[in-house]
Design a protein around this ligand. Structure first.
Ligand SMILES: [Zn+2]
Length: 297
């Protein structure tokens, strides 16, 4: 019987967190793994669009600095001052129109077109992935899209065409003429008397749409079903530390996935819960992602 008091190495490692194995930074080993990956899940965050010059929602500058998120992006903020909320979102829409997709958007779009077993979950509310050619079947907007409109009173969601038609006069509005309540489009349903149209994004305090979560859960599938193994999970331009990243990473891991994180922020991979089998690449998504995915423009 062994009686030595040498501690089990892995217990020591997990107890202190200090000696945890670090994620790999080897591009070659990632590319080798990707080449044999069949099912791939990607989570895309603000850092991806930041590479195109779109500031993060909270990072909006100018006059918006004097307002907080509860005034600009919550249902109560909209009820209190729909004009202010629309002005804020119109500026985001203008910004989106003036910027274009970058090489990372295009590389992901190409991966989607080559791989039927690929799904990208984006937390971005812009349309840069679509403009890079990413097909709707393999892209889910967790937080909705700025240019999709819906009613703030009833369950009406406008089609792309109707949303564009309703937005056109707002976007053409000369910024020297302040927006007024009368400019805000009304719900087209006759029986919905007080309904105002609002941007179809998920605001703070709002839950993610149930039908969307269900469609994602359906793609991810049962963890005991071997045909639903996930080979690779890409986490691009977002911290892997916050919900929903944590939940989707955990789900992918249970299905066998190795995780690759791309973030411009310097993060400690051990704090991200990454292990030796994972990858961590620090830097600009538009530079790193095309290399990772072998995208040749
Ligand atoms: Zn309505």
């Amino acid at each position: 019987m062994r009686t030595d008091s040498t501690p089990n190495y892995s217990d020591v490692v997990s107890a202190t967190g200090f000696l945890r194995p670090r994620a790999s930074r080897s591009m070659a080993s990632f590319q080798e793994h990707l080449a044999t990956s069949h099912r791939i899940l990607a989570l895309l965050g603000a850092g991806l669009s930041a590479s195109s010059g779109i500031p993060t929602f909270r990072g909006a500058g100018g006059v918006w600095r004097t307002h907080d998120a509860t005034q600009l992006a919550t249902p109560t903020g909209f009820a209190a001052d729909p004009v202010l909320v629309w002005e804020f979102h119109l500026e985001r829409l203008e910004e989106m129109k003036n910027k274009g997709p970058n090489a990372a958007h295009r590389a992901l779009s190409e991966l989607a077109s080559k791989n039927e077993q690929f799904l990208a979950l984006t937390m971005n509310i812009d349309d840069l992935s679509e403009r890079a050619g990413h097909s709707a079947e393999s892209l889910r907007h967790l937080h909705g899209r700025l240019d999709d409109l819906r009613c703030n009173m009833c369950d009406l969601h406008l089609s792309k065409t109707d949303s564009a038609a309703a937005l056109e006069p707002l976007l053409q509005n000369d910024s020297s003429t302040p927006l007024s309540l009368g400019d805000i489009p009304r719900c087209p349903r006759g029986e919905c008397k007080d309904g105002l149209l609002r941007p179809g994004v998920v605001w703070f305090t709002e839950p993610l749409p149930q039908a969307l979560l269900e469609s994602i859960a359906e793609w991810i599938g049962d963890e005991n079903d071997n045909s639903r193994r996930i080979d690779t999970m890409l986490v691009i331009g977002t911290s892997a530390l916050v919900y929903p990243a944590t939940a989707y990473i955990e789900g992918a891991r249970k299905r066998g996935a190795r995780v690759a994180v791309v973030d411009i922020e310097q993060e400690d991979p051990s704090l991200l819960g990454l292990a030796e089998q994972d990858w961590y690449f620090q830097g600009d998504a538009a530079t790193l992602v095309p290399v990772m995915l072998g995208y040749l423009p």
